[in-house]
Design a protein around this ligand. Structure first.
Ligand code: BTN
Length: 299
């Protein structure tokens, strides 16, 4: 290999070690050289674009090795960027989650932010949450036969374990939406045994007992996302989002800036609000952290 590339053996070894550090399994044999036992799945924009069947989403794509947060990178370029620009990174050092939490982002996941500039009032931004969670659930089922449920407002769970999170960050003035950064974190080829049990995480590789091709997953997610985005105003989107909910029919605890609220999740409204039956009345919740308690048998 060294002779063919015109570099030293040490230079080849250094690159092999770098690939191993990224999680690739590479066998070494003194006489034969190196052999990689899985196909290369690095995030490369040319590779992703070559099989991407979207019309506009992801046509401008940037892939980084390591960033603090793809949402931060996307926000720094959003004013001038085209609608549908995608930022991806192999690793994030300061991945951000909802409610100011951090998001573990080691090698092997899909850490992606999409810059969107929809022409719609600020009050309709919840629809982007709906299309994102639907698109991801469709992609997981279409590619791997995995049924992901949506925990309100937009976590994707397999069983009761989180496989994917969405963080939307908005830049707006009064009622004018400048841009939205839609951050998507998918535990793809992640060994979740290293994550604390209380996170209740899972990953695609854990569920499928094999590694998946992230390039194919990204292409599919973007395709599903574009399709759903173009139908964003239709009732179909809301109905699918509601239909995929695993929060309805559960007793829940909602934590928000107003404190904790306990009750039964009765309904989901078209604007994304969760209707909770508390001891005294019905409450309408638009944002917060939702914990599933037990099933109620209603809804
Ligand atoms: C959640 O808390 O469930 C949302 C997690 C969102 C994580 C993604 S990874 C890509 C993007 N960049 C970030 O820093 N966060 C989002």
């Amino acid at each position: 290999m060294a002779a063919r590339l015109g570099v030293s053996r040490a230079a080849v070894w250094k690159q092999i070690e770098a690939l191993r550090a990224m999680g690739y399994e590479i066998e070494a044999s003194t006489k034969k050289g190196y052999r990689m036992s899985c196909s290369l799945d690095l995030l490369d924009s040319d590779l992703i674009l070559s099989g991407l069947k979207t019309k506009w989403l992801g046509k401008n794509m940037l892939c980084f090795d390591e960033v603090d947060s793809t949402n931060v990178v996307a926000a720094s370029m959003a004013q001038k960027a085209d609608n549908g620009t995608v930022v991806l990174a192999e690793r994030q050092t300061q991945g951000r989650g909802r409610l100011a939490r951090s998001w573990a982002s080691p090698q092997g996941g899909v850490w992606m932010s999409i810059i969107l500039k929809p022409d719609m009032p600020l009050a309709h931004v919840y629809r982007l949450n709906m299309i994102a969670s639907i698109a991801l659930a469709r992609a997981f089922f279409g590619l791997y036969g995995l049924s992901a449920g949506i925990k309100w407002p937009n976590d994707l769970l397999i069983g009761d374990r989180k496989i994917c999170g969405i963080l939307m960050e908005i830049n707006a003035e009064v009622d004018r939406l400048n841009y939205v950064i839609m951050g998507v974190g998918i535990n793809a080829n992640i060994d979740v045994s290293g994550f604390p049990e209380e996170w209740r995480s899972t990953s695609l590789s854990h569920e499928l007992k094999r590694k998946i091709l992230r390039v194919e997953l990204i292409q599919r997610v973007l395709q599903e996302m574009e399709e759903a985005y173009e139908k964003m105003d239709s009732k179909e989107i809301y109905e699918e989002w509601r239909g995929r909910s695993i929060t309805l029919g559960r007793q829940v605890r909602i934590t928000s800036i107003n404190g904790d609220l306990y009750g039964d999740a009765m309904d989901l409204e078209e604007d994304g609000a969760l209707i909770i039956k508390t001891e005294n009345d019905l409450k309408r919740v638009l944002a917060g952290d939702c914990i599933h308690l037990r099933a109620t048998g209603s809804a």
